[in-house]
Design a protein around this ligand. Structure first.
Ligand code: ADP
Ligand code: ZN
Ligand code: ZN
Length: 734
């Protein structure tokens, strides 16, 4: 008889590609996925059991015994362990960091799991509804709470954390008790065995929506792409899908790009499934996050709504994973364990036999390709339940109509008409277009960050010049250091555009929506609220405007400078710009009859611009897909980036060259190794960056080469401060 396995192989939160063997004390029985405390160095640390063994390569005299297991059961089940092991291999990341990183910080740091006490749920009373309607509830916070609690069918009982998330406010218990004392709220305590039933929707599904739900129920295991513009009824489909899996005793996981930007969606899910939702995102306090995670793990809450890392939440009997806005790059972690939560969601669905739905108005080319070639299911919501049609897209030729402070005459005319009709105008400045720089018109000098390859930017209310890469702040120079001429502010920012608009449209409310204007908690909700309450108004913003908010009053969307994004060197810039236009178009033409989208461009005859058709995204991106195919780029080829970073240019270059040579020497058929080349931002925060691009028609050669190369450079003694990172399926080459 073989000896009982008294050795545990344990993953620790260390950047090392190995597990650590420990002896299991006699009294303890352990299983993979269980949390343990082990001696490490001179202290102790928390680890996770990955496997059991009866032998070890460590001589038995040197094996140390693990100390304890804080709980008698595994925290991660076998499927989730397998998912993370797969992820660590696929993304070439140390397993221990991936595994421990999948746990809430409090669990990783060894805190005990919380006991689950039923939480007080707050419900709005009829008096509360009246107070809100009659204006008796004056306070902004009071109104926010009462509004979040919904009406009629949307009425829900929510716990404090959920209310805080839905309102964007930090809510103290006494604040809610005070509202209860006025008779506006009532407190209830749910029975954990008998969760409140979902609030059933009274919508009759459109045929498209019905077909989408049937496609999911048909039982094929392939992921389903749910394609539909904002307002086409995607969320309603998600909710009804979730309702169905819950009725069968399964759990559902909603992944969303960013909670802060889409408070409406999480609030809607919570209101539909009162008391059933655990919210998980990085904005939570450690304790709140731990409780939400534990409630999900124990099956007390059957729906998890969360951002990227919520993918790793243990959920018994997972039946459905929904990835909303699947094209959003926020699903890709950009440092450390660089996983894509969308892609790992598909893997998790396979492992746990859960259905996977990817929703978007503008799917990535990868997802779209998989759907159109039949690898994924494809359901399209082509009509809007409210009967409105997506607007047509028109262009304004900036070679003919010269923009003045970003605005052309045709755009100003269209705005005038829209505002006169009592509708709203949304003006979009894309990502990199919003900052002003300091330049010398006489000699061409431009103010740059002393530590980065980046220009310093100027904001209206800040007397200093700021670097957006490293945060450097410096005094704003008055005169050119080269020739002494006075400096001018160049480039168009949302703030400057805002000032120009105030001159053109005096008296019209102006709202700016960008990361600077919504910095404090609740600011976004406030702005969104104001927009919804206003009729004629102008809203200026970055791509944040195009996220899934519902603004029925928008009559016109103007894109100030579409060329900047469309003709950029970055792999995804064109795709992202097309997505942005379609998303923005989704803002126009709701509620009221029709709407317009105006794009200011100097290239109105470019095929991509001519092909712009917000109603048919797949047709619109077809030329782009053909381009990618010709170039062997995703989805017709696979990419990986190796980034090398060090404190001086010389060291960085030398190491990057070594790695590239090694990759080239060992590359197998079909793998191309490009570079090293200086990264588009070569210097950031006084560090230098080189990158190597790997391109391959098949995945395997790429992964094999990388694994070998990584092995080799780990054996190398890297100079201090040199960092090498692998980015598989990068979302940006910049
Ligand atoms: P999306 O998630 O695609 O933006 P929603 O599900 O939010 O779309 O639907 C847009 C609006 O239409 C919402 O107000 C929703 O309540 C409503 N709606 C959705 N489906 C239906 C339906 N079948 N009948 C009537 N209204 C619907
Ligand atoms: Zn000068
Ligand atoms: Zn800088």
């Amino acid at each position: 008889m073989p000896a009982a396995p008294r050795i545990a192989r344990i993953a620790l939160d260390r950047p090392l590609d190995r597990l650590f063997d420990y002896l299991i004390p006699d009294a303890l029985s352990l299983a993979p996925g269980q949390r343990v405390r082990v001696p490490f160095g001179r202290g102790t640390t928390i680890g996770l059991v990955v496997a059991m063994a009866s032998t070890s390569e460590v001589p038995s005299g040197r094996l140390r015994a693990l100390l304890e297991s804080p709980e008698a059961e595994p925290l991660l089940g076998p499927r989730l362990l397998e998912l993370l092991q797969f992820g660590a291999r696929y993304y070439h990341h140390p397993l221990g960091e991936a595994l421990l990183g999948a746990l809430p910080p409090a669990v990783r740091h060894g805190d005990p799991l919380p006991a689950l006490t039923p939480e007080t749920l707050w419900r709005k009373t009829p008096e509360g509804a009246r107070a809100l309607a009659d204006g008796d509830a004056r306070g902004r916070r009071q109104q926010a709470v009462l509004r979040a609690l919904g009406n009629g069918h949307g009425a829900a009982a929510l716990d404090r954390a959920t209310l805080a998330a839905a309102t964007g406010l930090q809510l103290a218990p006494r604040e809610l008790h005070a509202l209860a004392q006025r008779g506006w709220l009532e407190a209830t305590t749910p029975d954990p065995e008998q969760p409140p039933p979902p609030n059933i929707s009274d919508h009759r599904l459109t045929p498209d929506q019905r077909a989408a739900i049937d496609a999911l129920a048909s039982g094929t295991s392939a992921p389903l792409l749910l394609e539909g513009v904002t307002g086409s009824g995607k969320t309603e489909v998600y909710l009804q899908m979730a309702e169905r899996v819950l009725a069968h005793g399964h759990a559902a996981l909603f992944l969303i790009p960013e909670i802060a930007l889409t408070p409406q969606l999480s609030a809607r899910i919570q209101q539909r499934f009162p008391g059933q939702v655990a919210l998980l995102h990085s904005g939570l306090a450690e304790g709140e996050r731990l409780r939400a995670w534990e409630a999900a793990r124990r099956g007390q809450r059957r729906i998890v709504v969360g951002t990227r890392s919520a993918l790793f939440t243990p959920l018994p009997d997972l039946g459905l994973i929904i990835v909303d806005e699947e094209h959003d790059s926020a699903f890709k972690q950009q440092d450390g364990f660089r996983y894509n939560a969308r892609d790992l969601a598909i893997k998790r669905g396979q492992l746990e036999q859960a259905a996977v739905v990817l929703g978007s108005a503008t799917p990535t080319l990868e997802t779209l390709h998989a759907a159109t070639t039949g690898r994924y299911g494809h359901a399209r919501l082509t009509t809007r339940p409210d009967g409105t049609h997506p607007p047509t897209v028109e262009t304004v030729d900036t070679r003919v109509h010269t923009p003045d402070e970003g605005l052309t005459a045709p755009l100003l005319d269209a705005m005038q008409q829209t505002l006169a009709a009592g509708h709203q105008c949304f003006l979009l400045l894309n990502r990199r277009g919003f900052a002003r720089v300091l330049a010398c018109d006489a000699c061409g000098w431009v103010a740059e960050c002393p530590d980065c390859d980046a220009r310093l930017t100027i904001h209206a209310h800040n007397p200093r010049a700021v670097c957006h890469l490293c945060g450097h702040h410096g005094p704003r120079p008055e005169r050119c250091p080269e020739c002494g001429e006075p400096l001018a502010q160049r480039g168009l920012g949302t703030q400057r555009l805002e000032q120009a608009l105030a001159r053109h449209f005096p008296g019209i409310p102006l709202i700016r929506l960008d990361r600077d204007s919504i910095r404090h908690k609740g600011a976004l909700e406030e702005a969104l609220d104001r927009i919804r309450r206003l009729n004629a108004a102008i809203v200026v913003g970055t791509q944040m405007l195009a996220k899934g908010h519902d603004f029925p009053q928008v009559g016109l969307v103007g894109v100030i400078d579409v060329d900047q994004g469309l003709f950029s060197v970055d792999l995804r810039a064109t795709e992202n710009t097309l997505q942005l236009i379609v998303q923005a178009a989704g803002r126009a033409g709701r509620g009221s009859g029709g709407g317009r989208v105006l794009l200011q461009t100097g290239h109105p005859d470019h095929p991509l611009i001519r092909g712009l058709n917000a109603a048919d995204y797949p047709a619109m991106v077809a030329p782009l897909l053909a381009e990618r195919e010709a170039a062997g780029m995703p989805p017709h080829g696979h990419l990986a980036l190796v980034r090398v970073e060090a404190g001086d240019a010389e060291t960085t270059r030398r190491h990057a060259e070594r790695i590239a040579t090694h990759l080239r020497d060992t590359a197998t058929e079909g793998l191309r190794v490009l570079g090293p080349a200086p990264a588009p931002r070569h210097r950031v925060n006084r560090r230098f960056r080189e990158q190597i691009l790997l391109q391959s028609t098949r995945r395997n050669p790429l992964h094999e080469s990388l694994a070998r190369a990584r092995h080799a450079w780990q054996a190398d003694d890297l100079p201090r401060g040199t960092r090498i990172a692998i980015d598989i399926d990068p979302v940006s080459l910049a």
